[in-house]
Write a protein that binds this ligand. Structure first.
Ligand SMILES: [Zn+2]
Length: 250
């Protein structure tokens, strides 16, 4: 099946409610390629490896969570960024990214999909742009057991700060680089906060407050939303989608 790029991206924008978010990268089309879409490669990040894979797969679109144009980056197109963009332009492959709207979506989002994978119940979404999730483990576990399950399900050993024998039931989570929201989880009285990355300060806050901190990997926790979006596009439009994964320890 072939559909126009416009049809697919309009559907993504509407489904993910892109308009409601303030983001620091453009959501939707970032690099224009062919106007007709027959095959899509999904990936967490529009890395060089993902671009090369899209070429190899003869895809018409690379659909990612982390695109290429971030407010914090220089606006120039040089070096590694030029190489990625040149690869896509040469093969007329569209690149589209959905960032915060894909973290937050209640069914397809990274937070929702991590909960599904881990058997957590989401009770509410709150905080900055509803990016934080509060809920509970359907089966309470010690911190050590919860870490072991994250390791098993995500294929990456998490960094867990706190008493390993403490029972964890009420949790707050946000996938990716959301260590900065740890204070919000502490204020909520959560037993643990789970996110993708850790910085120096969270070690001390976890030890001093008793709210455990788990860094389960930025890539590892954000592998699921983009796959869910790809599957939803495949189901809606009958377009072939293929997920490209990388071994990214960060
Ligand atoms: Zn991310």
């Amino acid at each position: 099946m072939t559909h126009s790029r416009r049809t697919i991206l309009d559907w993504c924008d509407e489904t993910l409610q892109t308009d409601l978010f303030k983001d620091y990268t453009p959501n939707g089309l970032q690099i224009e390629g062919r106007s007709e879409i027959r095959k899509i490669v999904t990936a967490v990040t529009a890395s060089r490896a993902a671009c090369d894979y899209a070429v190899k797969q003869q895809a018409d679109m690379l659909l990612v969570h982390h695109g290429m144009f971030w407010k914090s980056e220089p606006a120039t197109i040089t070096g590694w960024k030029k190489d990625r963009i040149a690869t896509l332009l040469k093969h007329e492959i569209n690149m589209a990214g959905y960032h915060l709207p894909l973290d937050a979506h209640p069914e397809l989002g990274n937070n929702a999909r991590l909960a599904k994978l881990m058997d957590w119940t989401t009770e509410r979404r709150f905080g900055e742009q509803n990016l934080l999730n509060a809920g509970r483990l359907n089966t309470p576990k010690t911190l050590g057991e919860l870490s072991a399950k994250l390791h098993q399900k995500l294929g990456r050993k998490p960094v867990a700060i706190g008493d390993e024998t403490r029972i964890i039931e009420n949790i707050v989570w946000c996938t990716g680089g959301a260590q900065g929201f740890f204070q919000t989880a502490i204020d909520e009285g959560a037993d643990a906060y789970i996110t993708g990355e850790i910085s120096e300060a969270q070690f001390h806050l976890a030890n001093e407050t008793g709210t455990a901190f788990i860094s389960a990997g930025h890539h590892a926790t954000e592998r699921y939303g983009i796959q869910a979006l790809g599957e939803a596009i495949a189901a809606t439009f009958g377009i072939e989608t293929v997920f490209f994964d990388e071994q990214n320890p960060a």
